[in-house]
Ligand binder design. Structure first.
Ligand code: FAD
Ligand code: 2HG
Ligand code: ZN
Length: 482
């Protein structure tokens, strides 16, 4: 393909024929098939399924299938397996590593029609949904019952619960509610040969042999398509409070985190980090008034969730006063109502969206031992500068090198904001960043997955024995190797 000159389409896979298309239309109905093979549905109809959220990865599929039931997913996969047709599962297509769109002409199996909320137990808090249910829809349903989805992220309005489980998404409140490896109780999935794996367990405890569902969590569609998910949802807190503050150094950010854990303890529900560069870019795009008067190298956003608004707000104000007195924090503000809470969060949640309006973004989602977390941004910025790529004018492809992320989980998002994607930039960044991470025993993928972007770099975070075991698992679930 022109898009990926270094990659070659696997010649074992068949080309799609009109006969294949007829089978799928018969199975799903005309409306559930976007067909650029025989019906000449236009490129515009198919484009959204071929192009990723960052407009960085682009496939050339001609056929999109939208199954409505697990049985249909099973029949599609069995037929594709028997006829050597390659597929890619797709949820809300908000993934950031090039895993949700085809590389070549794979058939897209889009899960958006399987969007039902199937069951909710108001006593235990167990929710069962189809994989294509949009995260925000699930959370709004839970809000009406006094519960909350244990995952929240900026793409909530379009990502699917199935996509979240497939990527093991982390998000903004992992610090409080833990990872999906703990909250997902069960799932149903379809293997490449059409076998339905029914592990839709609703129990918190089930130590009967291997916990196979864990393999699907974070498997990015490589061993099967997730069709249903059951998940343990916590009580929604009656009160939410947010503080936003500025700090002079990353050393002080670490001290503030330590203080927040000790002073806010059980009510702390998020501790997020943003550098000045990221906030300047959000300001450039949104033109919103900055939360603080002055500018600081770092900002943190703290959220508390508890049962008593007054008590929590007192605690948060006392915390802010204390860290300012101790000289850890220079200036800060507290949200006083729902609108202010939302607008403070927008300075953090809105970073990826704001950057997407400025051109291309090279994104590195990494875990690093906390003490070195921000050093990666500084070292990368120096390297890009040294290569002569960073600057204010159009001749320089790189506008800014910024860092932000989930401080509470030692998860940094290093973003290199460019005027346009440029291979010179990529060459300066990779494998430099992966080597830097490996030297410090970090992870090259904290919460977004490998996708096409990092597949070839897995060796920086996993040793050959582990990669070998992963290959064996893949082979056991999908011997034909789609
Ligand atoms: P897609 O993008 O459609 O797919 C992602 C991967 O999962 C692909 O490999 C795909 O093949 C596979 N897949 C999708 N559905 C299924 C299924 N049913 N069965 C099997 N495989 C499937 N991620 C975080 O972890 N934390 C964040 O805070 C966060 N914030 C984000 C903010 C923005 C603005 C954006 C655009 C993305 C963000 N992401 C974040 C990245 C992204 O991973 C998540 O948005 C989400 O988990 C992807 O879900 P999706 O339904 O869009 O999946
Ligand atoms: C976030 O935390 C997401 O905002 C996206 O994980 C990070 O775009 C990114 O690099
Ligand atoms: Zn994130």
């Amino acid at each position: 393909s022109e898009t990926y000159p270094d990659l070659k389409r696997d010649s074992r896979f068949a080309q799609i024929t009109p006969e294949h298309v007829a089978y799928f239309k018969d199975l799903l109905g005309e409306a559930a098939v976007i067909d650029g093979v025989t019906r000449n549905d236009t490129a515009d109809d198919i484009e959204p399924f071929n192009m990723d959220w960052m407009r960085k990865y682009r496939g050339h599929c001609q056929l999109v299938l939208k199954p409505g039931t697990t049985e249909e997913v099973s029949k599609i996969l069995k037929y594709c397996n028997d006829n050597m047709l390659a597929v890619v599962p797709q949820g809300g297509n908000t993934g950031l590593v090039g895993g949700s769109v085809p590389v070549f002409d794979e058939i897209v199996i889009n899960m958006s029609r399987m969007n039902k909320i199937l069951d909710f137990d108001e006593v235990s808090g167990t929710l069962v949904v189809e994989a294509g249910c949009i995260l925000e829809v699930a959370d709004q349903f839970l809000a009406s019952k006094g519960y909350i989805f244990p995952l929240d992220l900026g793409a909530k309005g379009s990502c699917h619960v199935g996509g979240n489980v497939a990527t093991n998404a982390g998000g903004l409140r992992l610090l409080r509610y833990g990872s999906l490896h703990g909250t997902v109780l069960g799932l149903e999935a379809v293997l490449a040969d059409g076998t339905v794996v029914d592990d839709l367990c609703r129990l918190r405890k089930n130590n009967t042999g291997y916990d196979l569902k864990q393999l699907f969590i974070g498997s990015e569609g490589t061993i099967g398509i997730i069709t249903k998910v059951s998940i343990q949802c916590p009580q929604r807190s009656a009160a939410q409070n947010v503080a936003f503050f500025g700090l002079e150094s990353f050393e002080k950010v670490q001290q503030a985190f330590r203080e927040a854990k000790s002073q806010l303890s059980e009510i702390l529900s998020a501790f997020e980090l943003m550098d000045e560069g990221s906030q300047a870019l959000v300001h450039q795009v949104t033109k919103n008034q900055r939360p603080l008067e002055g500018q600081y190298p770092f900002y943190c956003l703290i959220e508390t969730s508890g049962s008593n608004a007054e008590h929590d707000s007192e605690k948060l104000s006392a915390f802010l006063e204390d860290v300012m007195e101790k000289g850890i924090v220079v200036d800060g503000t507290l949200a006083e109502n729902e609108t202010q809470i939302k607008s403070l969060w927008a300075w953090r949640e809105g970073i990826p969206e704001a950057l997407s309006h400025l051109g291309g973004t090279y994104k590195y989602d990494v875990s690093i031992p906390l003490k070195d977390l921000y050093k990666l941004v500084e070292d990368t910025r120096a390297r890009v500068e040294q290569a002569g790529l960073l600057g204010d004018t159009d001749e320089h492809p790189v506008r800014a090198v910024v860092g932000y992320g989930h401080m509470g989980d030692a998860n940094l998002h290093l973003n290199v904001s460019t005027r346009h994607y440029d291979s010179r930039v990529e060459q300066v960044l990779e494998p430099f960043i992966y080597e830097w991470i490996a030297e410090r025993q970090g992870s090259i993928s904290a919460e977004h997955g490998l996708g096409l972007m990092k597949k070839k770099f897995i060796g920086y975070s996993r040793n050959p024995t582990m990669v070998g075991l992963m290959k064996n698992i893949k082979n056991a679930f999908d011997p034909v190797g789609f």
